[in-house]
Design a protein around this ligand. Sequence first.
Ligand code: NAD
Length: 260
Amino acid sequence: MLKNRNAVITGSTSGIGLAYARALAAEGANVMINGFGDKDKIEAERSGIEKDFGVRCIYSPADMTKGDEIAAMIATAEKELGSVDILINNAGIQHVSPIDEFPVDKWNAIIAINLSSAFHTIRAALPGMKARGWGRIINTASAHALVASPFKSAYVSAKHGIAGLTKTVALEAAEKGVTVNAICPGYVWTPLVEAQIPDTMKARNMTEDEVKREVLLKAQPTKEFVTVEEVAAVAVFLCSDAAKSITGTLLPVDGGWTAQ
Ligand code: NAD
């Protein structure tokens, strides 16, 4: 379905981003992966995608806090792959703390990585999409783009910001064959969720099991974590021609969380 399409996925060395990369590659798209982590593991993921799906997969180490590195990443993808037809803004971090103790550097990093990086990628990639008359921009937002939870002020602010950016760019690109949507997952079992358990245990004085049951899955009516494959399948659908009239949406994949 996506043969001859080229995709850039930020934050795709792990979790949901890696699942997007593999799902798009499975449909025939060439992909650029990005993110941090162990060099050898990243190379194994990169070459694994090429081997498993017979597509090109290139890696960019661009830091999503740095606008110049982001612009260079999109330019490299355009040069090496030929175009950027699909852009998935997915890089994200979390920090859990009451606002009166929230570290300023964590606030700045979360706003930069979870929100401003999408501004920089879209700004660089949209002109090519408009010129070619086809594009798909997908932002990984969160249920926290629609509702809040305590102790996550920066994350909830950034994700609500991504919701606004999604709608705005959707309107700007609507007549150019470019759709812009946000996927809003509930709790997906990834390293990001696993990593916030210790801080939540501390902030709420709870055991690990209590955090999983009474905090994470409390609001998720299915009482199950969403899987990375389920989120990636929604992105593949949004890239299809059948989804060409879907734009400017915030699409929950949250086991019913935000229906409440
Ligand atoms: P993850 O920690 O597994 O992956 C995050 C990715 O972002 C990694 O590849 C990491 O290297 C990359 N990254 C972090 N900082 C970066 C930087 N400065 N520059 C470049 N890359 C950077 O997390 P995940 O759970 O897969 O999260 C992916 C996205 O999904 C995030 O935007 C997150 O907010 C969102 N999300 C996750 C959940 C969940 O429950 N896991 C729910 C809703 C939304």
